[in-house]
Ligand binder design. Structure first.
Ligand code: NDP
Length: 456
C-alpha cells in the first residue's frame, strides 16, 4: 500500500522489501516497554550487563556476513567495508563490556564533610535518531555505552535502512537482553517530536544533517531534555612540504572516498602547500582515475553508488554550481552502469568563497582542493567553514603540528593519518558539527546523572 516504506537497492534501483511503519499505539507500547524494562535494568550489575554485551559482540561475529550483505544491499557501501563495520561494532560492545564499570566508578571529591563523591546513575529510555551512512556503527556507538550505563534504548533509524535497523534489534534480542532494553521503532521523522515530548523518554541523540539536528534539538530544548548532536562536517586535510607525500596521497584518497564518500569525518577540503602542490595534484588525479566504481558486492570495487537518487542529484548540483562559480574540475571518467545512483569521482580546484565546494558538506566522492602559501593561510581557510568535526595535517614539523592542534576549529586533529573513530577516543564536533562527545568515558557519561553525594 501507499503506507509502506520501501527499501531500494541503490546499485540497481530494484525494490528489496517493504515495511509497514508503526502505528501510534505501537509506538506508545514500545515506550511503555522501554520504561518498564528500565526500572529493572537499572538495578542490574555491570557484570551482568557486560556478559550480555559480550554476547552481542558474538552475535555480530556469527552473523557478520548476512548483516554486511543486507547493509550493502540497502545503502551501497562496498561489501568489505560493511564487513569491517560489523566487526568494529563487536569491538565497541567488548570495549564497553570491559570498561563501563571503571568509566562510571564513583569519583571521590575533596570536601568539608566525611566524604563526598560523584556517582553515575542512568536516566531512563534514550531515543537515538540515526543515519543510513554507517547503519550499524552509528547505532552501536550509541547503544553499547548507553545500555551499559543502565539506560534503555529506542532507535529511529533512517527510512532507507530498516532491514539493518531490525537486524540490530535482533542482535540485542539474540544476546539475551531483556525485552524492551533495546527496540527499533519503524517510524518516519514526523513521529520523532512526539517521542521526545513523551515524559517517559529522558534524552535524545541524533547523528545526521544540520536541519534534522536543529529540529530534534529544538524539541528537546522545549522539553528541557538533554540532547547530543553529531552532524555534518567538511573536514580540512592540510599537506605541508615536509609530509611523506605518497602516504599523504594514499590517505587523502581513502579519507575522501571511503564509504562512497558519505562519511561525516571524510576529508572534504584539501589545503596543499604551494611547494608540493604539483606533485600532489598529479598523484591525486592518478589515484582518482584508478578508482574502481561499480557493484558494491564485488571485492574489486572501491566506490559503490550513492545511497539515494536525491543524494546523487544534490551532489551533482553542488558540483555544477561550484563549476559555474569558477572551480576547475577533474573528472575521474569512471564508466558508470545505467541503473543506480552512480557518481563519477571528481576533484574541484580553487572554488571561490560562497560556492558549495567551499561552504557546504559534499556527501560523495568529490574532493575540493586549494593551493596555499603557508600553514596560517591553510588554517584560516579551514576555519571559514561553518563545520568543525575532524581535521588532518600531514607534516613532520612539530611546530606546525602544535599550530594545527591549537588553531584548527574542530573536535579532533589527526596528524599524519586520517580521522577515524575509535571506542577508546572521544568523538564529536564543535560549531555546526554538533555538541557532546561519544565513545570513550565521555560517551558513557553523555546520558547519566552525575549525582553529587555528600556525607556530613
Ligand atoms: P537526515 O539528517 O535527514 O537523516 C538522518 C536521520 O534523521 C534519519 O533517521 C532521518 O529520518 C532523521 N530526520 C530527518 N529529518 C528529521 C527531523 N526533522 N526530525 C527528526 N528526525 C529527522 O539525512 P539525509 O539522509 O536526508 O541526508 C542529507 C544530508 O545530511 C547528507 O547529504 C549529508 O550531507 C548529511 N548527513 C550527514 C551525516 C553524517 O554522518 N554527518 C549522516 C547522514 C546525512 P528519515 O530517514 O526517516 O528522514
Amino acid at each position: 500500500s501507499d503506507q509502506t516504506v520501501k527499501s531500494v537497492n541503490p546499485a540497481t534501483e530494484v525494490l528489496i522489501e517493504e515495511f509497514s511503519p508503526f502505528t501510534e499505539p505501537m509506538i506508545d507500547s514500545a515506550i511503555a516497554k522501554s520504561d518498564d524494562c528500565f526500572k529493572e535494568w537499572r538495578k542490574t550489575s555491570f557484570e551482568h550487563r557486560a556478559e550480555l554485551m559480550n554476547k552481542a559482540a558474538d552475535v555480530l561475529d556469527q552473523n557478520a556476513e548476512r548483516y554486511a550483505r543486507q547493509m550493502t544491499a540497502e545503502m551501497g557501501k562496498p561489501l568489505a567495508q560493511a564487513r569491517a563495520e560489523v566487526e568494529k561494532c563487536g569491538w565497541v560492545c567488548r570495549h564497553y563490556a570491559q570498561h563501563a564499570e571503571e568509566y562510571l566508578s564513583d569519583e571521590p571529591m575533596e570536601s568539608g564533610g566525611q566524604k563526598a563523591y560523584v556517582r553515575h546513575l542512568p536516566l531512563g529510555p534514550v531515543l537515538a535518531v540515526m543515519p543510513w551512512n554507517f547503519p550499524f556503527w552509528q547505532v552501536f556507538r550509541f547503544a553499547a555505552p548507553t545500555l551499559m550505563a543502565g539506560n534503555t534504548g529506542l532507535l529511529k533509524h533512517a527510512s532507507n535502512v530498516w532491514r539493518s535497523a531490525l537486524n540490530i534489534e535482533e542482535v540485542f534480542h539474540e544476546a539475551g537482553f531483556p525485552e524492551g532494553c533495546f527496540q527499533t521503532l519503524l517510524i518516519g521523522s514526523s513521529a520523532v517530536e512526539g517521542i521526545i515530548e513523551d515524559s517517559r523518554v529522558k534524552a535524545v541523540t541524533l547523528t545526521g544533517s544540520g536541519p534534522a539536528g536543529q529540529s530534534v534539538a529544538a524539541t528537546a530544548g522545549k522539553q528541557l531534555k538533554p540532547s547530543l548532536l553529531e552532524l555534518g562536517g567538511s573536514d580540512a586535510f592540510i599537506v605541508m612540504p615536509s609530509a611523506d607525500i605518497e602516504t599523504a596521497l594514499d590517505t587523502a584518497v581513502k579519507a575522501r572516498t571511503q564509504n562512497n564518500g558519505q562519511s561525516c569525518i571524510a576529508a572534504k577540503r584539501f589545503f596543499v602547500h604551494a611547494d608540493i602542490f604539483d606533485a600532489f595534484k598529479e598523484g591525486f588525479e592518478a589515484r582518482f582515475e584508478a578508482l574502481t566504481v561499480g557493484a558494491p558486492m564485488s571485492d574489486e570495487t572501491d566506490i559503490g553508488p550513492l545511497a539515494t537518487g536525491q543524494i546523487r542529484d544534490e551532489l551533482a548540483e553542488q558540483v555544477e554550481k561550484s563549476k559555474r562559480a569558477g572551480a576547475k574540475a577533474f573528472h575521474a571518467g569512471a564508466g558508470l552502469p545505467e541503473k543506480g545512483y552512480w557518481f563519477d569521482p571528481a576533484i574541484l580546484y580553487d572554488a571561490p568563497d560562497g560556492s558549495p565546494s567551499a561552504e557546504e558538506e559534499m556527501f560523495g566522492p568529490v574532493a575540493n582542493v586549494w593551493k596555499v602559501d603557508s600553514l596560517e593561510d591553510a588554517i584560516a581557510r579551514a576555519n571559514r567553514s561553518i563545520f568543525g568535526l575532524g581535521s588532518v595535517i600531514f607534516t613532520q614539523d612539530e611546530d606546525e603540528m602544535d599550530m594545527a592542534i591549537d588553531h584548527l576549529e574542530a573536535g579532533a586533529t589527526f596528524i599524519n593519518t586520517m580521522t577515524a573513530s575509535d571506542p577508546r577516543l572521544p568523538f564529536g564536533g564543535i560549531k555546526q558539527s554538533g555538541y557532546g562527545r561519544e565513545l570513550s568515558a565521555d560517551g558513557i557519561k553523555a546520558f547519566v546523572n552525575r549525582k553529587t553525594v555528600y556525607l556530613a
